[in-house]
Design a protein around this ligand. Structure first.
Ligand code: SF4
Length: 402
């Protein structure tokens, strides 16, 4: 596509609306106030980068956009986005999302685009108050733009759904941290994906069912007690010494990184011919960090309650608090018997690239084999990444045999 064609496309009509019963509000940053969005009668849906997307915008955004945001922009330019009534950008997370949000408004003036600004760090009550007011302002804008007022009963229903989802998915994460064979990682990734795309009773029922099945199969193995303890500790962001039985012949890998889709990891493991059971835990934005957000409280002011819940999620590379994140990663590596850490870096992502060297140093000091893996949504380097993963696994295996 030429630059001229792309510019012409950008002057097309606003978002496609589709014919669904409810309007869809897309969001990009996973810590969106989904309960509030649902309380206005929208379906909140994560807009993700996708493989197989090309466009002239990739080149025109090169200087300030990461591969993730370029992919999103190209989807819009190519009319490949799902039907949306509006799109929510985050503010104060990274320069790339801020800039692309601004450019989006200019290129696609008919699109309804909102911005929700987050506090730079979890600054206690001041941060909660700031975010609560931002969310309240978003709520007012939604009502004004679409004539859909906030409904307390829909808020309570949405809060109950997200609570059920998070409790079950947290249990599954904690279970896999001990016995990864209890659920294939691809299944875990698919359950999270389905919920993030469309948080409804159906997607939640699937997660609850998977957690119940896992619970039944683990009941005989005496693993439930350590699993529940790990879940609580993961929620608190601090792990203590744990003893649990695990298969010492199989490598145990953790994955860290920012806005990486767990589905991309599944594709890479499959390309490398590596068993999903080797991946015992991910600490990714679209996986772990979404799952380990505390449910929001039904009491009190809903906006403050949602702000408190969002700010309880594990810290991102886009936020202050590197030392806390490093300490948490060290806890995971030492207490979950991890042999190797894969640090995924989204191409041209400043936050990932700033954080990766510190993660690498922390993991090396803990005696863990480290692999830094640059990745883009198109998995354009899939074969080479697969080979690097294979040799990483070989290194771990030969170390374990010594
Ligand atoms: S991948 Fe990195 S640079 Fe891109 S939007 Fe996410 S945090 Fe920002």
């Amino acid at each position: 596509m030429s630059y001229e064609q792309a510019t012409i496309q950008s002057n097309s009509q606003g978002f496609r609306l589709g014919v669904a019963e409810k309007l869809t509000l897309g969001y990009i940053y996973p810590h969106a106030p989904v309960e509030i969005i649902m309380a206005h009668g929208f379906v909140p849906s994560l807009v993700r980068a996708r493989p197989g997307v090309v466009g002239a915008f990739e080149a025109s955004l090169q200087t300030f956009a990461c591969s993730y945001t370029r992919n999103l922009f190209s989807q819009r330019a190519n009319d490949q986005l799902p039907p949306l009534a509006a799109l929510l950008f985050p503010g104060n997370t990274c320069d790339s999302l801020l800039n692309v949000g601004d450019i989006w408004r200019v290129r696609f003036p008919d699109d309804t685009v909102f911005r929700l600004t987050y506090p730079a760090a979890n600054q206690g009550e001041a941060g909660v108050h700031f975010l609560a007011e931002e969310i309240r302002s978003l709520s007012n804008m939604l009502e004004k733009a679409f004539g859909l007022p906030f409904s307390l009963s829909e808020f309570e229903e949405a809060a109950s759904l997200t609570r059920q989802f998070r409790e079950s998915i947290q249990f599954l994460y904690a279970s896999r941290a001990i016995l990864p064979q209890v659920l294939p990682y691809s299944k875990l990734a698919a359950l999270i994906h389905t919920f993030l795309m469309s948080p409804d009773q159906k997607s939640v029922t699937e997660v609850v069912r998977a957690a119940s099945q896992a619970q039944r199969s683990l009941a005989k193995s005496k693993s439930l007690e350590p699993i529940n303890r790990i879940r609580q500790q993961l929620l608190k962001g601090h792990l203590t010494r744990l003893t649990f039985a695990h298969d010492t012949d199989s490598p145990r890998i953790a994955v860290a990184g920012g806005m990486i889709d767990p589905g991309a990891l599944v594709a890479l493991l499959s390309a490398a011919g590596i068993s999903e059971n080797a991946l015992v835990i991910d600490l990714l934005t679209f996986g772990f960090k979404t799952a380990f957000t505390r449910p929001c409280d039904m009491e009190g002011d809903p906006f403050e309650s949602v702000a408190r819940s969002i700010l309880s999620s594990p810290l991102e590379p886009t936020q202050e608090g590197l030392e806390m994140r490093l300490s948490f990663v060290r806890d995971i590596l030492t207490n979950l018997a991890i042999d190797g850490l894969v640090i995924c870096e989204q191409s041209f992502c400043d936050p990932d690239e700033f954080e990766a060297p510190s993660l690498e140093a922390a993991a090396s000091k803990s005696g863990v084999v480290v692999l830094r893996l640059p990745i883009d949504p198109e998995l354009s380097d899939r074969e080479r990444l697969g080979v690097r993963l294979q040799s990483f696994l070989e290194t771990i295996k030969s170390r374990n045999q010594r």
